[in-house]
Design a protein around this ligand. Structure first.
Ligand code: NAD
Ligand code: UD1
Length: 339
């Protein structure tokens, strides 16, 4: 049985990935400082997989504690989700983001190097494509992040590429996620945003549950058929699968790996189409106003997923209704998330 360290495993994407890994016979160890999550998500994982998970409440920038954990286990690979992700906050507090996101990965890589663990998956983001010139977005397209958060992702991708080129022993994949949506279908594990959500889907479900009054649709004058922005939404469990397949791809490779791979559905939905999908699933109307554009939003973002299909043999399994259905179940069962 292979053992995988999942940093940030108490968070949204990490927790779903842990479930997938454990259900496919991996031993998983979670390191998370709970800065944006709750230990209750670990309990929810354990209830789903019916196995105890080894969890350490540790900051990945704490080299001594991280080294201690590497002494306890012989890891076959590491998946890193630990990082901050609020775009707006990163503009106000750039150093907090550079320190945690970049500093965290550097410390983690140093400890991995010291203990001879060289297989690594990194959570990057579609945000690194900046203002795109064409759709769909392929991994070779030009990059240009528009926020400190986005730049941390871009810098880390570059650091990882340098590390992978420095020695044949490294196997590294950066996964560029598009827009994760959905929840575990038990309704017991899902996204638990802090305060008022920044992202569209949790905002919609919180309006539907009565926690928020109405949605603001940020602009209907974009260059799209209905005037609202188009995004590529991908089910959280498909993202989770992508991480396991990325790990397995590297485990099966004799030589070094240095890849960047998009994970999206390859399909685009406008804000109005997302509202409509949720309304059908919930069988209720979502009140909204059209307001001004949000700074930094682009008209369209859709992934080319050819590389993930070819290299990882990954294929998204779930469509938009299943994403909305699962997310709504989670929201109804847990109106206050894990709190
Ligand atoms: P999340 O905030 O739910 O999970 C991140 C986890 O990392 C949290 O549990 C947090 O407590 C932990 N963490 C943060 N800093 C840490 C540190 N220094 N040491 C230990 N733990 C730490 O976020 P998520 O949505 O699950 O995203 C996971 C990763 O994927 C992030 O790096 C994010 O930037 C990236 N990403 C997310 C999205 C998205 O839409 N959710 C899109 C693209 C990329
Ligand atoms: C946001 C982040 C991006 C991150 C991505 C996935 C910003 C500027 N970008 O992108 O870095 O990689 O999430 O987590 O924050 N919308 C509304 N009303 C709302 C919320 C959103 O109309 O209350 C619209 C937005 O204008 C956008 C669409 O819904 O057109 C999707 O928004 P969101 O869920 O925030 O995702 P992204 O904008 O793609």
């Amino acid at each position: 049985m292979k053992t995988i360290l999942v940093t940030g495993g108490a968070g949204f994407i990490g927790s779903h990935t842990v479930v997938d890994l454990v259900q496919h016979d991996y031993k998983v160890v979670i390191v998370d400082n709970l800065s944006n999550s709750s230990a209750k998500s670990i309990k929810a994982i354990e209830d789903i997989v019916k196995t105890e998970i080894d969890f350490f409440e540790v900051d990945i920038r704490d080299k001594d504690k991280l080294s201690y954990i590497f002494e306890l286990y012989k890891f076959d690979g590491v998946i890193n989700f630990a990082g901050y992700k609020a775009v707006g906050e990163s503009v106000e507090l750039p150093l907090k983001y550079y320190d945690n996101n970049i500093g965290g990965v550097i410390t983690l890589l140093e400890v991995m190097e010291e203990f001879g663990v060289n297989t690594f998956v990194f959570s990057s983001s579609a945000t690194v494509y900046g203002i795109p010139e064409k759709m769909p977005l392929t991994e070779g397209d030009k990059t240009g992040a528009a926020s400190p958060y986005g730049r941390t992702k871009l810098f880390i991708e570059n650091i990882l590429s340098d590390v992978a080129l420095s020695s044949q022993k490294w196997k590294i994949i950066s996964l560029r996620y598009f827009n994760p949506l959905g929840a575990h279908e038990s309704g017991n594990l899902g996204e638990d945003p802090n305060g008022i959500p920044n992202n569209l889907a949790p905002y919609i479900t919180q309006v539907a549950i009565g926690k928020l009054e109405k949605l603001s649709v940020f602009g209907n004058d974009y260059d799209t058929p209905d005037g609202t922005c188009i995004r590529d939404y991908v089910h959280i469990n498909d993202l989770a699968l992508g991480h396991r397949l990325a790990m397995e791809y590297m485990f099966n490779k004799k030589q070094s790996v240095n890849e960047i791979i998009n994970l999206g559905s390859g399909k685009g939905y406008s804000v109005f189409e997302i509202i409509d999908s949720f309304e059908k699933v919930m069988d209720k109307k979502i009140p909204y106003d059209i307001t001004k554009r949000r700074a930094g939003d682009i008209d369209i973002s859709i992934a080319s997923i050819d590389k993930a299909k070819k290299l990882l043999k990954w294929e998204p399994r779930y469509g938009i209704f299943k994403m909305c259905e699962d997310m709504w179940r989670w929201q109804q069962k847990n109106p206050n998330g894990f709190h």
